[in-house]
Design a protein around this ligand. Structure first.
Ligand code: UDP
Length: 511
């Protein structure tokens, strides 16, 4: 990065009338899951520390608010005078395991019934106390997760500008947008469940620009249903429709060099009809010189194990494969054993995150067997229940990442120049994996239909850390890292410029 000033600090120095404006008040509402809260919180911090000093009202559900409190103590949600946390119900009954990710389909149903009125009430309440004492002014804009589509309607009712934040990849949106025509063509729902295993999914899907050669294995996985009324299939069709009909800007945690052609395809096909603003990788835009007052504001719903980083300190550069399947995926005991044996047999260093709920409620819930197997790795293997993933991926010892290809994990890997071994689990992960391997040259996929074999894990673990293919993927990933830095750190960078456009849009009602 040389002498380049970092992120918003530079934006600040470019701002002409920093203090003359009335302080804007943004309500940020993420979809209530880890992979959405993380990027929304980064964006909220960016707005808060921008030259316009947005007052932030960050909206979590009770479930996640309590998880943050348990993970980091009450400081994590007490915020700052100008960065407040608010809570709304999600409408679900109390969870059996309050620290496990909630069922995604149940959440999608319940938030759309419960949250619109809760958000209306919250905005009314915020406006009713606006201007009292040192408090903020009335709500002046809304940053809505694209999964919380009602929030844009609520913003309209209150007469303030909004943006939709699509926290997944642009390629995921393009993938979901194919559902409609695949249904029209009778490709989905699948004729019968044998299609999942009989090679039917190897059919190439013709005619999708930017996805030439893609087979039915790689559009987002909700097409793998025999039921035309499948909830998630239809929920995502509706989500794409909402995005297409939207009149407010759509923002993405990605960067032009990586997904620009896909955004172009989305615009040409009129899947998006508003400005698409790439503002990623968000962590790059965050002002590295100005984060002290944000240090207590955390997005991890589980406590991070700091010893991962000291363990990594003891390993040579590029020698460790980091293994994590995000916050939602669950493994069967058999899959855990195959991964554990493959990693141990590879004789490579590995750091493996086994979330407390990774193996559901079985007796393997604590990863006990994995722990036993990893015991045989003679110091080469470390297990953790959660870590600061971005710090781990930025650590020089990490040479590869065995991932489920959630979008945050993918962009965090690419942004840190780390090669990926993809084991996509569900939803858009299949599509992210295909792009990583086929278009971006930074990944290799293993498994299929959830299968995992220890021999394959052993082989790829060796390859990614030690082999020529691994070196080639790392080289490619480092090139993406350079382009990501250029997009977000250079004053002419696309993400840098788009963030300013986003701010201008959000300031609309104040101008
Ligand atoms: N993550 C983390 N620590 C871990 C594992 C994951 O902080 O030990 C974070 C990771 O950095 C990412 C998020 O959890 O930002 C997971 O999001 P992703 O989109 O990759 O997957 P999801 O959890 O939505 O399936």
């Amino acid at each position: 990065m040389g002498e380049m000033k970092v992120g918003i600090e530079r934006i600040e120095s470019m701002s002409e009338n920093k203090t003359k404006r009335r302080r804007p008040h943004a309500v940020c509402i993420p979809y209530p899951a880890q992979g959405h809260i993380g990027p929304m919180l980064k964006l909220a911090k960016l707005l808060h520390s921008s030259p316009h000093n947005f007052h932030i009202s960050f909206v979590n559900t009770h479930h996640n608010h309590r998880r943050l409190q348990r993970a980091h103590g009450s400081a994590a949600v007490s915020g700052l005078p100008s960065f407040r946390f608010h809570v709304i119900p999600d409408g679900l009954p109390p969870a059996d395991n309050p620290d496990a990710t909630q069922d995604i389909a149940s959440l999608c149903i319940s938030i759309n019934e419960t949250c619109p009125n809760a958000l209306r009430d919250l905005l009314s309440e915020l406006n009713s106390v606006a201007g009292a004492g040192d408090g903020p002014g009335p709500v002046s804009c809304v940053v809505a997760d694209a999964g919380m589509w009602f929030a844009v309607d609520v913003a309209e009712e209150f007469g303030v500008p909004a943006v939709r934040f699509w926290t997944a990849s642009a390629c995921a949106l393009l993938g979901y947008a194919q559902y409609e025509s695949l249904v029209q063509k009778g490709v989905i729902p699948l004729p019968d469940s044998s299609c999942l295993t009989n090679g039917y999914l190897d059919k190439v899907v013709e005619g999708i620009p930017s996805m030439e050669g893609i087979t039915l294995k790689h559009p987002p996985s909700f097409i793998r249903t025999t039921d035309a009324n499948d909830f998630m299939l239809n929920y995502l069709r509706r989500c794409v429709q909402t995005v297409s009909e939207s009149r407010c800007p759509l923002i993405f945690n990605t960067f032009e060099a990586l997904e620009g052609p896909i955004l172009q395809t989305l615009a040409t096909a009129k899947i998006t009809n508003t400005p698409d603003l790439t503002i990623g990788p968000l962590s790059f835009l965050l002002p590295k010189t100005n984060t002290e007052n944000h240090s207590t504001i955390r997005s991890s719903l589980l406590p991070e194990d700091p010893s991962c980083l000291s363990w990594l300190d003891s390993k040579p550069p590029d020698s460790v494969i980091y293994v994590s399947f995000g916050s939602v995926a669950t493994l069967t005991p058999h899959q855990v054993i195959e991964f554990a044996c493959g990693l141990v047999n590879s004789e490579q260093n590995f750091l493996w995150v086994i979330r407390p709920d990774l193996v559901g409620t079985s007796e393997l819930g604590s990863g006990a067997v994995a722990r036993q197997l990893v015991g045989g790795a003679q110091g080469r293997g470390m297990l953790a229940s959660w870590c600061d993933q971005e710090m781990v991926l930025a650590h020089p010892a990490v040479g590869g990442f065995l991932t489920h290809c959630g979008w945050n994990s993918t962009i965090e890997a690419i942004g840190n120049g780390v090669a990926v071994v993809c084991w996509p689990f569900f939803a858009d992960q299949q599509t992210n994996s295909w792009f990583c391997c086929e278009k971006w040259g930074a990944g290799v996929e293993i498994g299929g239909g959830g299968e995992v074999r220890r021999e394959e894990v052993e082989r790829v673990a060796r390859t990614v850390v030690d082999g020529d293919k691994g070196k080639e993927m790392r080289w490619k990933a480092r090139e993406w890292k350079r382009l990501a830095e250029e997009a977000s750190l250079s004053p002419n960078g696309s993400s840098y410029i788009n963030f300013k456009k986003l701010v201008d849009h959000l300031l609309g009602s104040l101008n």
